[in-house]
Design a protein around this ligand. Structure first.
Ligand SMILES: Cc1ncc(COP(=O)(O)O)c(C=O)c1O
Length: 431
C-alpha cells in the first residue's frame, strides 16, 4: 500500500511536468508516417538507406565473412568484443580520411561523451560553438574541466574574444602548459550552415603558438556529403594535420542504422548508430583506457561492422560520387525555386527563405507558423519538420527541409508548389 502510494506520487509528478510541456507546446512525441511519404526530413542525405547496391554489398560482406565471425559481439571491446576485422576497418577508414588513427564507437553520442569527458585535463578549458550538439554538453558535464565557455554561433570574432579572455586570465594558456579545446560541428543540424573552420584554425594557431589549441570537429552531418568522395569538411579544406580530432558518425549519410538493416535482417540488429573518432594513436590509447562509454559497453557486433564496411566501400571506390553530385544539383534547384516563389508570392509575414543557397542539404525556411506549414506539407505526403523553441531561439521558428540524392526534381518542385499554396491560403485567411 505504502509502495503504491509512492508510485502514485511519482506518476503524478511526471504527469504534471509533461502537462506543463503540453501547455507550453513543447511536448515531444514519437511519430511515424505512411510508407509512401516523401522524405524531406531524415538525415539519409545521399539516400544510401534506400540503396539496393548498398544492401547487396552488405549482405555479400555478411555472407563472405559469416563463417569467421559470430553474429553477436561477445562483450566490451576491452574484453571479448574486439576483432582483427574491427581493427582493420578502423585503420582503413582512418587512412581514407588522412588520419593517423581511428577508434570505432557504438554511437556518435557515446563518442562525444567519451571524448569530452576524458581528454581535457584539469586546468584546461573547452570553448564551444553555442549550437554544439547535446552529446558534447553531456561530455563536458562529466569532464574534470571547470571552465567551459560558449561563443556566438559561427562567429570567428566572438571566438577570438572568448579565447583572448582565457589567455588573459591564466598564463598557462600562452605558455602552452594548459590546453584549450575548441568544439565545433562541420555542418549544423538546424541551420545547415558550415563552420568557418579555416578561419578558426588560423585564429587558434596565431593566438596559441605553443600548439596547445586543439580543435575537435564533429562531422556528423558532413560525412558522405562534403569533401572529396564524401570525406568531410576537414578533408575538403585540407586541414587534416591542423585539427586534433574528428568525429564521423555513420547513422546519417552512411546509413549504418536501423533503417537499412531492419529491411535486410529484420530483428537481427537492434541498433547500429555507429561512429569513429579520428585522432593520434596516443589519444586513441588514452580513450581505450579512460573513455567510460567505450569501456563499459558491449562493442559493435560483426553485422554492425560489416554494415560500416559496405557503406564506406561505396565512398572509397567512388560509387557514391554521383549521389553527392546529384544532391548538390537538387540543393541548387530547390533554392532557385524557393527564391522565385518568395519573389512572386511575397510571403514576408509568413516565411523567409535563406539569403543565399545553403552549402548543405539542410534548408531552414523561417516561418512564424511552422506547425501549420509543416502540417500542410505533411497532409500532401511531404515529410518536413516544424522546429520550434527550445530547439531554436524564439523568433527563429522554421520548417527544416532536408534534401536527399534520392529525391526527384519533380518532388522538389511539387514541394515548393505546396509551400506556395499554403502561403496563398494563409494570406487569404488573414485578409
Ligand atoms: C552533431 C551531432 N553529433 C553527434 C550526434 C550523435 O550521433 P549518433 O546518432 O551516432 O549517436 C548527432 C546525432 O544526432 C549529431 O547531430
Amino acid at each position: 500500500m505504502e509502495g503504491k502510494q509512492r508510485g502514485a506520487n511519482l506518476e503524478a509528478a511526471l504527469v504534471a511536468t509533461l502537462k506543463h510541456r503540453e501547455t507550453q507546446s513543447t511536448l515531444r512525441k514519437l511519430t511515424t508516417y505512411p510508407p509512401d511519404s516523401i522524405d524531406f526530413s531524415s538525415n539519409d542525405f545521399i539516400s544510401l538507406a534506400q540503396s539496393s547496391e548498398l544492401r547487396a554489398a552488405f549482405l555479400q560482406e555478411l555472407n563472405a565473412e559469416s563463417t569467421l565471425f559470430p553474429l553477436g559481439s561477445g562483450g566490451s571491446r576491452l574484453l571479448d568484443g574486439n576483432s582483427i576485422y574491427a581493427e582493420n576497418l578502423e585503420r582503413d577508414i582512418a587512412t581514407f580520411h588522412g588520419a593517423s588513427a581511428g577508434l570505432l564507437c557504438n554511437s556518435g553520442f557515446d563518442a562525444n561523451v567519451g571524448l569530452f569527458s576524458c581528454i581535457p585535463q584539469p586546468g584546461d578549458v573547452v570553448i564551444y560553438d553555442e549550437y554544439i550538439h547535446a552529446s558534447v554538453h553531456d561530455g563536458m558535464r562529466a569532464s574534470r574541466v571547470k571552465h567551459v565557455v560558449p561563443f556566438t554561433h559561427n562567429s570567428v570574432s566572438a571566438f577570438r574574444e572568448v579565447l583572448q579572455k582565457c589567455i588573459d586570465t591564466e598564463e598557462g594558456f600562452i605558455k602552452g602548459t594548459r590546453n584549450v579545446f575548441i568544439a565545433v560541428e562541420a555542418i549544423y543540424s538546424m541551420d545547415g550552415d558550415v563552420a568557418p573552420l579555416e578561419a578558426l584554425v588560423n585564429a587558434v594557431e596565431e593566438m596559441l603558438p605553443e600548439g596547445n589549441g586543439h580543435i575537435i570537429v564533429d562531422e556528423a552531418h558532413s560525412t558522405g556529403v562534403l569533401g572529396p568522395k564524401g570525406r568531410g569538411l576537414v578533408n575538403e579544406l585540407g586541414l587534416e594535420k591542423r585539427v586534433s580530432v574528428r568525429l564521423h558518425t555513420f547513422g546519417k549519410a552512411m546509413a549504418c542504422n536501423g533503417g537499412m538493416c531492419s529491411k535486410c535482417l529484420k530483428s537481427l540488429m537492434a541498433k547500429l548508430f555507429t561512429a569513429i573518432i579520428l585522432c593520434t594513436p596516443m589519444m586513441r590509447q588514452y580513450l581505450v583506457n579512460y573513455a567510460r562509454p567505450l569501456i563499459y559497453t558491449t562493442f559493435l557486433s560483426f553485422p554492425a561492422l560489416a554494415a560500416i564496411k559496405a557503406s564506406y566501400s561505396m565512398l572509397m571506390d567512388g560509387r557514391s560520387l554521383e549521389l553527392q553530385r546529384k544532391l548538390f544539383r537538387l540543393i541548387s534547384h530547390f533554392y532557385t525555386l524557393l527564391v522565385k516563389m518568395q519573389e512572386e508570392a511575397k510571403p514576408y509575414q509568413l516565411l523567409c527563405v535563406p539569403d543565399s543557397c545553403p552549402p548543405s542539404p539542410i534548408f531552414s525556411v523561417l516561418s512564424s507558423e511552422p506547425r501549420s506549414l509543416a502540417a500542410f506539407c505533411q497532409q500532401a505526403g511531404y515529410i518536413v519538420r516544424p522546429i520550434v523553441p527550445p530547439t531554436v531561439p524564439a523568433g527563429a521558428e522554421r520548417i527544416r527541409v532536408c534534401l536527399h540524392a534520392g529525391n526527384t526534381l519533380q518532388e522538389v518542385e511539387t514541394l515548393v508548389g505546396r509551400i506556395r499554396e499554403w502561403v496563398k491560403i494563409t494570406q487569404r485567411a488573414k485578409l
